[in-house]
Write a protein that binds this ligand. Sequence first.
Ligand SMILES: NC(=O)c1ccc[n+]([C@@H]2O[C@H](COP(=O)([O-])OP(=O)(O)OC[C@H]3O[C@@H](n4cnc5c(N)ncnc54)[C@H](OP(=O)(O)O)[C@@H]3O)[C@@H](O)[C@H]2O)c1
Length: 265
Amino acid sequence: MKKPNILFIGAGRMAEAIFSGLKQSEHIGTVTISNRSDSERLAHLKRTYHVETAKWQDVVADQDVIILAMPPSSHPAVMKELSNFVTSQLVITVAAGIGPTLLEEAMPGIPVAWIMPNTAADVKESMSIFACGQYIKDEDRANLQVILDAIGESEELSEEQIHELTAVTGSAPAFVYQFAEALEQTAKSYGLSKEQATKLVVQMMYGSVAMLKDGRQASDLRDQVTTPGGATAEGLDVLQENNFNDILHEAVIAVNRKAKEQANN
Ligand SMILES: NC(=O)c1ccc[n+]([C@@H]2O[C@H](COP(=O)([O-])OP(=O)(O)OC[C@H]3O[C@@H](n4cnc5c(N)ncnc54)[C@H](OP(=O)(O)O)[C@@H]3O)[C@@H](O)[C@H]2O)c1
């Protein structure tokens, strides 16, 4: 299979996370990056990652995959202009709220996909969810998977599910960091330094996640550390009395409510 040439329109944080991973892949051709105005950043990225830089309009014809890594607000104008250039290239966006329906409306008949990565793409540990448009071919799928694999794990969902589940994969990391910060504060209240508190909490969380990653069930792992009537059980009772699970559920619903409001404005 031909190694795909990949063009990024938008060369911000998310683009950097993706192409820094892609540059380690044997399965890709050239990587070209472009943005609106920041030529200093482009020059820095070119030196660091040995990518090409260009005005996207000049190179788009030679590309197999085009990744839109700009803010959602820049999409309408760029998609409109891009529709005059694309023939059969795969067009992917990573922007919140810009699903295959909007991409296909702007670029009829073009293979498209929507990826929602999360911030852990920075360390190649994203949990990315994605949806494909109706014109996507096997070769496009293979290229899409190379891009997804460059930043972590991925799961294909429907467009509607991505709107609903971005709260879990995209926003919930903020809930996890809130949890970490709260436990760090508690550890510090027992006299630990910031460094000691962080070390205790981060390794505790890392170890707990490693056990989950190993395929064990959260409920089994919880039961293993909880002797009925014991000290840990007392702590879990406090979480339950304060509706810990309901609070998380409500937080996800609140994210989705706000995202919908923003999409309609
Ligand atoms: N960061 C994350 O964790 C994350 C997670 C999921 C999804 N995303 C999505 O990824 C996209 C990019 O986010 P980011 O965090 O990488 O943002 P960012 O660091 O602010 O970068 C945005 C980039 O887009 C460029 N740009 C803006 N308008 C453009 C236009 N009309 N034509 C060409 N380039 C344009 C900017 O170039 P100039 O500087 O020249 O304006 C900049 O290089 C967003 O849609 C965001 O929703 C990000």
